[in-house]
Each structure stands twice: as structure tokens, then as C-alpha cells.
Design a protein around this ligand. Structure first.
Ligand code: NAP
Ligand code: ZN
Length: 349
């Protein structure tokens, strides 16, 4: 299938218009015309090869929302015209114990990412900064027409990546929960933790985000550079979700956990995390991580968002502004997710 989008040719080149081919529609495949694609910080890490092993040309993008244009002969969940989303995972083995438990991102054979990855059949996968995508039905989600489609796109990564650990650690009423970093992931973590009924404290390095954090559901906002403000929360949190994209001091947050409290990393800085054993053994604390979420859980999250009217706060931009958007994301200057408008691709190809 012919596709057109924006690709990086190397870790230093700007994204530029790119024609490429995807596989033809197979019996279990769904073809989706892409209306919107979010810009995740993981796109930037991979375009710039900050995690190593990046493969070019690379069409990034795994927060994909659009409309079904065609379905394969064995597809039952979708028909042409349906609203649909594709996220970070597009293939897993489906038979290992993790896949069977609905934890497909932890597939023991290795999950195939939406881009910068090869399918089990050897197809080089390309992402959602493009006009269409072909994906197996199992990795395509239904989207409610009740929600603004552009603002739904970031739910496919930022949404599920924060929803899943908050559910896993049973965040809810009578729990004190921290969210570190008010970016794309962080603002969704804040919205979900608030919606689940927890007492939520937003940690940020940006004084300019205090008012927004309160509007988005924070009961308290702490400027993480303020040692006195941090000290007031010592030993008091049940759970902290760390959504920061750059190296930072994790011990400052470990010290805020109460007995049996846990911090979960979803942010993926390109440097090892230095932890103080004393900060861990005190209060029997846990340090853990979480990757996106399973397919069933992703649909559950989208349905929850439709029911509760939860979407991402977005800045909708044209494809000509990707470079500017990347610079601003890296500076922590986005409120709170850039989304590419597919209409601006038309006529370019
Ligand atoms: P983002 O929008 O850039 O948000 C990151 C936030 O971290 C910023 O808004 C900023 O918040 C804070 N921050 C940035 N630099 C900092 C620094 N040097 N020190 C302290 N705080 C800093 O990024 P995102 O798209 O939410 O992604 C966040 C991270 O999650 C990325 O590393 C991404 O690759 C990773 N990720 C992981 C998964 C997963 O499955 N685990 C999925 C998606 C993304 P403040 O201004 O509030 O301080
Ligand atoms: Zn992402």
C-alpha cells in the first residue's frame, strides 16, 4: 500500500516528506486513514537515536487516530468508516503467558513497535506521521465519536502508559499519589489519578505550570527544585509515577514514600538511574517500571475516557512545524501534547 509521511533519514537530519510502501491488506488487517498523530517524547528519543539502535529512514508516531478505510476478510470488530486508533504495539506472539494474560507489551518473544522495528515477517514498520497505516485487528482500538478525535490521539501512548500503572498499583480514594513531570505523560497521569479519586500532588520544575496543574486536577503542586517544599512531604506517599524524560535525582522522590510505598518509572531518560540503597531500604520502598499497557486494557482506558470525558490537552499543528515542536518538547514547553493534523499532509505528496 502506498503511504506518504515525514521521515528522519539520520539521527541529525530534520524530518522531511517521504514516500514509502506498507504491506497490502491481509485477512486480519485493518487499514486506517490517519487524521491525527501525537508527538511523544519517545519519537524524539528514537529519531535522535538517544536509546541506541535506531534504524533509518524512520517515520515516527505511535499515537494514531483516524478512520477505517478497509478491512481484511477475517476482521470482525471494524468496518469502513469506523473511528479507530493504533498505539505503540502492532504485533506480539499471542501465545506466551504474558500475551495470554493481556500483558502484550511484555511478550516473551518481544513486542513489535509501531515504528523503528521489524515485524516477525521482516517488514520494516513505519509510524503515524503519515497518511495511513495497516495494522492487525488485535492492535487496533475503537474510538468513541463522543470525544474530540485530535485530543484522543495522545491517549494511545501517553494515556495508556499512565493509566496502566495507576490501575496496577490500585490508585484510588485515600491514596496519596505523586506525578513527576507535567508533560504529555504527566498531564494524563494527573488527570487519571484525580479521576480515580486519589489525593494528587503534581511535581514540576516549571513554575509556569502551577495554575494548569491545579486546573487539571492536582490537589497540591510542588516545585521540585524547592528543597523545603519537598521535605514537607517526606515519607507520606503511597505511590509516585515518574514521567520525566531526562536524567534527574530519583532519591529525592524515594524519600517521599511511606511504608511499602512504590515509585514507578515510565519516563525513559537515556542514562542509568542512581539510587541510594538507604532511600530504598527505609520504609521498605519499591522502585519499579511500567511499559505502555495491554490491548484489552488500552480499549478499557479509551472507554473509560469516553465515559468520563477525559482527553489530552493538545496543541494541534501542521507538518511544517515538527522541528519547532521537537525543540519545544525537549525544553518542557508544551501544553501538553503536540498533535499533527493530517489535513496538512494533503497536497504535499
Ligand atoms: P514530555 O512531554 O517531554 O514531558 C516530560 C516532562 O518531564 C517535561 O514536561 C518536564 O516537566 C519534565 N522534565 C523534562 N526535563 C527535565 C529535567 N531535566 N529535570 C526534571 N524534569 C524534567 O515527555 P513525554 O512524552 O511525556 O514522555 C516522558 C518520558 O516517558 C519520555 O522519556 C518517553 O520516552 C517516556 N515514555 C515511556 C513510555 C513507557 O511505556 N514507559 C511510553 C511513552 C513515553 P515539568 O516542566 O513539569 O518539570
Ligand atoms: Zn509514546
Amino acid at each position: 500500500m502506498k503511504s506518504f509521511g515525514y521521515a528522519a533519514e539520520s539521527k541529525t537530519s530534520a524530518l522531511a516528506p517521504f514516500h514509502f510502501e506498507r504491506r497490502e491488506l491481509g485477512p486480519k488487517d485493518v487499514a486506517v486513514a490517519i487524521d491525527y498523530c501525537g508527538i511523544c517524547h519517545s519519537d524524539i528519543h528514537q529519531v535522535r537515536d538517544e536509546w541506541g539502535g535506531s534504524v533509518y529512514p524512520m517515520v515516527p508516531g505511535h499515537e494514531i487516530a483516524g478512520r477505517v478505510t478497509a478491512v481484511g476478510s477475517e476482521v470482525t470488530k471494524f468496518k469502513a468508516g469506523d473511528l479507530a486508533g493504533v498505539g505503540v504495539t502492532v504485533e506480539t506472539c499471542m501465545v506466551c503467558e504474558n500475551c495470554k494474560a493481556g500483558a502484550e507489551p511484555y511478550c516473551t518473544k518481544g513486542m513489535v513497535g509501531t515504528y523503528n522495528a521489524k515485524s516477525y515477517e521482516g517488514e520494516m514498520m513505519q509510524g503515524g506521521y503519515s497518511d495511513n497505516i495497516v495494522a492487525l485487528e488485535h492492535y487496533v482500538y475503537s474510538i468513541s465519536p463522543k470525544l474530540d478525535l485530535a485530543a484522543v490521539a495522545p491517549l494511545l501512548c501517553a494515556g495508556i502508559t499512565t493509566y496502566s500503572p495507576l490501575r496496577h498499583w490500585k490508585v484510588g480514594p485515600n491514596k496519596k499519589v505523586g506525578v513527576v513531570g507535567l508533560g504529555g505523560l504527566g498531564h494524563m497521569g494527573l488527570k487519571f489519578a484525580h479521576s480515580f479519586g486519589a489525593h494528587v500532588v503534581q511535581f514540576t520544575t516549571s513554575e509556569s505550570k502551577i495554575a494548569d496543574a491545579k486546573k487539571l486536577g492536582a490537589d497540591e503542586v510542588v516545585i521540585s527544585k524547592d528543597a523545603d517544599a519537598m521535605a514537607k512531604h517526606k515519607g507520606s506517599f503511597d505511590f509516585i509515577l515518574d514521567c520525566v524524560s531526562a536524567p534527574h535525582d530519583i532519591n529525592a522522590y524515594l524519600n517521599l514514600l511511606r511504608l511499602d510505598g512504590a515509585i514507578c518509572l515510565v519516563g525513559l531518560p537515556d542514562q542509568p538511574v542512581a539510587t541510594s540503597p538507604f532511600a530504598l531500604v527505609t520504609n521498605r520502598r519499591s522502585l519499579s517500571g511500567s511499559m505502555i499497557g495491554g490491548m484489552k486494557e488500552t480499549q478499557e482506558m479509551l472507554d473509560y475516557c469516553a465515559e468520563k470525558n477525559i482527553v489530552s490537552e493538545i496543541e494541534l499543528i501542521g507538518y511544517d512545524r515538527i522541528a519547532e515542536a521537537y525543540e519545544r518538547v525537549v525544553k518542557g514547553d508544551v501544553k501538553y501534547r503536540f498533535v499533527l493534523d493530517g489535513k496538512t499532509l494533503k497536497g504535499q505528496g
